[in-house]
Design a protein around this ligand. Structure first.
Ligand code: AMP
Ligand code: MG
Length: 303
């Protein structure tokens, strides 16, 4: 036996077995368990839950780590595809309340892949130039090029969230955005972009604890924004706004996934799995050589 199986083989077999065991901790596939469906009301969601997942925190962290390699390889395939004339890209849209963990997702999930293949963009209060254009202008400009994973930390959805809650536009104006957004996303999807929209839902209590932590730790002051309390005071209004976003803009081409975010480890695992699923669905091979490999080998040897 020992002669036929290298140590490497045995380790690979053991890793595969561990991976398989961890993957089975999803009793339902994450895409099914987390996808928004009619009847799911975010106002009644348990933000501390872990839909579909039967494992504990340790299992969750282990599976995230175990999937890192595949995620990274698929990202490289996507990049190679883009370099070879492919038109595909992936767009991860992250929406969520202050402290919901959007930044942590970027660091811990998106951070698993080569940063050269990521186009990350955070959307804040529109600048004077941005405000002089329609709200989709800055969004269009930030769409990922072929081969890239685009990440939006906030997005065009702010136009039906903060704009609605703070009354920055009259109701008939922001109400028109749902259809506009659906048309826009259909166009983006048609151009080759796989859109994954994630709503991170944190509870009001957990948000308080996370804000309190920012006030207790000098290394977190920079994350605290006194203005966040104004948004917090409208927590219920935001939940209403999120609910309508889900009801009006979860489409087959650009579905919403609702991720309970009180458990940071679960939110990170969930987004890793959703991203992995999107990349797997592209069924990416490695692009074939555009030159004569044999000839190049010979030329190299002679050089
Ligand atoms: P942060 O993500 O913590 O840097 O905060 C960005 C802020 O920009 C949030 O308070 C958002 O509500 C706000 N913001 C993002 N997009 C818009 C928009 N289209 N109109 C108004 N405020 C926005
Ligand atoms: Mg903030």
């Amino acid at each position: 036996m020992s002669g036929r199986h290298s140590r490497q083989d045995l380790e690979t077999t053991r890793d595969d077995r561990v991976l398989h065991k961890l993957e089975k901790k999803w009793e339902d596939s994450p895409t099914r368990a987390l996808r928004w469906t009619k009847g799911l009301d975010v106002r009644e969601l348990d933000a501390d839950s872990a839909p579909g997942w039967t494992g504990d925190k340790q299992d969750g962290e282990a599976l995230l780590a175990a999937h890192a390699e595949e995620l990274s390889e698929l990202q490289e395939r996507l990049f190679a595809d883009g370099r070879s004339g492919g038109s595909r890209s992936v767009l991860l849209v992250l929406q969520g309340f202050d402290t919901a963990g959007k930044g942590g997702i970027v660091r811990h999930v998106v951070g698993l892949v080569d940063p050269q293949g990521v186009e990350h963009r955070a959307f804040g209060v529109p600048t004077a130039e941005e405000a002089s254009h329609g709200y989709l202008w800055r969004i269009r400009n930030a769409l990922p090029r072929p081969g890239y994973i685009g990440v939006f930390d906030r997005s065009h959805y702010e136009q039906v969230l903060v704009v609605r809650v703070d009354g920055l536009e009259p109701e008939e104006e922001w109400r028109a955005h749902y259809d506009e957004i659906n048309d826009f996303e259909a166009e983006v999807a048609d151009s080759g972009t796989t859109i994954v929209k994630v709503a991170l839902i944190v509870s009001k209590e957990e948000q308080k604890a996370r804000l309190a932590e920012r006030l207790e730790r000098p290394d977190k002051y920079w994350k605290y924004n006194p203005g966040d309390l104004a948004a917090r005071a409208k927590f219920g209004d935001y939940l209403d706004a999120y609910q309508e976003v889900l009801e009006r803009t979860s489409t087959d081409l650009a579905p919403w996934f609702v991720v309970p975010a009180d458990k940071k480890w679960f939110a990170r695992l969930a987004v890793t799995e959703l991203l992995l699923h999107a990349l797997r669905s592209l069924d990416l091979g490695w692009p074939p050589a555009t030159f004569d490999v044999e000839e190049q080998r010979k030329l190299l040897a002679e050089s």
